[in-house]
Write a protein that binds this ligand. Structure first.
Ligand SMILES: Nc1nc2c(ncn2[C@@H]2O[C@H](COP(=O)(O)OP(=O)(O)O)[C@@H](O)[C@H]2O)c(=O)[nH]1
Ligand SMILES: [Mg+2]
Length: 509
């Protein structure tokens, strides 16, 4: 990636800090209420577990108006930690809060992390630990769990392993885990967990990559970090952190943008790295570091009727866009499922006495899921749809972000089905279903590779023909608009409709 043009303030901080062995980086945006605890836990972890290393803590803030940065520099200092833990580290811990520069006018978690990478590289750290600023469940040991494998074990990338409630982490469970596993052959259970350990070498590798995008500057950053570690050939492991408890997301507005940024990024990366996945079949376990944890994650409620309603309504406005995205037989099955979802929602509403004007109280997750029990969105269909989108991502036209936006209602249908299927299951049993779906992605990998190779062969054939017939034909023959790379001729001007897709689900990534 190109140098982001660090601000003079950031350069001054780098000069002041000079060098460090280990760094904790914390991105933030309006987290004044929670970041103090995260800073104290991180300080305690650095002091307690790495007393002989030179530590630094950097908060990369969006210029939050709620005083997040002030909380970071005013919360109890490292001396307080030394007192309560009765330790005397060799080096004094320095801490900084700064406002990160946007990247090409775009701010977000990814832009915050890029500044953190720049600082970590300039300070020549051995290990960088990144943790979110809204964490409630972080304890000092997390710093050891995320940095230990790098400093003691020679790993470059440490992904988190959390205990999560069965309905939590749906972007992870439905897309990033199974797709990362099937594409690259690595079973990284939380590829977008948000809390990571990164070696100094990998930080420098990140800074050399030149594929930064708007999505990566936002919530695409996590899957970009994980995928870039894999495609760069770095040594990856996982760390058992226990439960992840953090700020819940606003169901109506927050998850749709995150889904688009994360899924857009994973698809774009797949399309630009075929050499890293076309030849891979099956998958293997990734070593896990840290002692086992037995934790019951806090439950959460999900409005399943709303999920299936979104799926059905999406089919009414987006079917033309879907026709550009999916192989014909997959499209047909999705449309049948969406109709079925609509009918089941109508009868469930009647059975549960839910008024259309929202005046009635919302039934529980189990009540809704019981009323919708006949709905089932098969694993293999979901895998094929995601694979169809990998094929679409080969082309810039239509932009993959429009197609991913049009995928959101189908994702809601898939999540609704998962909740219905697991309504009476334990979290462990639901986990078996996540595994079953991931195996389905692996089983269908030949479908993806077959379509990919056919599209490549078509491109090569067109290029050959064009070379033979002259330049004017060349432009026509290779235009991705013709077939969208997936063999489906698109009707005109459908992209605009994708903006109608609205985000609404009750689950977190
Ligand atoms: N600097 C910065 N940090 C952000 C921004 N958006 C989110 N973050 C941080 O990224 C982390 C993860 O964000 P969060 O909203 O908790 O996402 P989730 O945990 O994945 O649901 C938190 O530490 C946020 O403060 C942003 O626009 N700028
Ligand atoms: Mg969070």
């Amino acid at each position: 990636m190109p140098a982001p043009g660090l601000t003079p303030a950031v350069r001054d901080e780098i000069a002041r800090l000079g060098h460090a062995d280990i760094m904790v980086g914390i991105p933030s945006f309006k987290n004044a209420a929670t970041i103090g605890y995260v800073v104290r836990a991180a300080q305690a972890g650095l002091v307690q577990y790495f007393p002989d290393l030179k530590p630094v803590l950097v908060n990369s803030d969006a210029g939050s108006p709620d005083g997040t940065g002030r909380v970071v520099v005013e919360t109890e200092p490292p001396e307080y930690i030394e007192q309560i833990l009765l330790t005397r580290p060799t080096n004094k811990l320095l801490r900084v809060s700064l406002t990160y520069p946007e990247i090409d006018g775009v701010g977000g978690k990814g832009a915050a992390l890029r500044t953190i990478f720049e600082i970590a590289a300039a300070l020549e750290v051995q290990a960088l630990v990144v943790v979110d600023s809204d964490l409630r469940s972080i304890i000092p040991e997390w710093i050891e769990l995320l940095a230990g494998p790098i400093i003691k074990g020679g790993y470059d990338y440490v992904a988190p392993l959390y205990a999560r409630y069965k309905y939590d982490g749906t972007i992870t469970n439905t897309v990033t885990y199974p797709l990362t596993r099937a594409l690259y052959g690595n079973r990284i259970r939380q590829p977008i967990g948000g809390d990571f350990g990164v070696s100094g070498d990998l930080v420098k590798h990140y800074l050399t990559l030149d594929d930064w995008s708007e999505d990566i500057s936002k919530f695409g950053i996590d899957i970009w970090m994980t995928t870039s570690a894999l495609t760069g050939g770095f040594a990856v492991c996982q760390a058992r952190l226990g439960a992840k408890i953090h700020d819940p997301k606003d169901p109506g507005s927050d998850l749709g943008p995150m889904f688009r940024q994360v899924v857009g990024t994973i698809l774009r990366l797949a399309a630009t790295h075929p050499d890293h996945w076309v030849g891979i079949r099956g998958s293997h376990d990734i070593p896990a570091y840290g002692f086992e944890r037995i934790i019951d994650p806090p439950p959460l409620e999900v409005n399943t009727i709303r999920l299936l309603t979104e799926f059905h309504v999406g089919s009414l406005t987006l079917s033309d866009t879907w026709a550009r995205m999916f192989a014909p037989q997959n499209l047909e099955t999705v449309l049948v499922l969406a109709r079925e979802a609509g009918k089941l929602v109508d009868s469930a509403r009647a059975r549960l006495g839910i008024a259309g004007d929202g005046s009635s109280s919302t039934p529980s997750t189990v009540e809704m899921a019981d009323a919708l029990a006949a709905f089932h969105f098969p694993d293999d269909l979901w895998a094929r749809l995601i694979y169809d989108l990998v094929i679409c991502a080969r082309s810039e036209d239509p932009p993959i972000e429009n197609l991913v936006a049009a995928l959101v209602p189908i994702y809601f249908g898939r999540v609704g089905s998962f909740i219905i299927e697991n309504r009476h299951q334990t979290t462990e049993e639901a986990e078996d279903r996540v595994e079953r779906q991931a195996r389905q992605f692996e089983l269908l990998k030949p479908y993806l590779v077959g379509r990919w190779e056919a599209a490549e062969a078509e491109l090569a054939r067109a290029a050959q023909e064009a070379a033979r017939d002259g330049p004017s034909r060349a432009a026509k023959a290779t235009s991705p608009n013709e077939t969208n790379g997936n063999g489906v001729t698109p009707p005109p001007s459908q992209a605009a409709k994708t903006s109608q897709t609205r985000a609404a689900t009750g689950t977190d990534r």
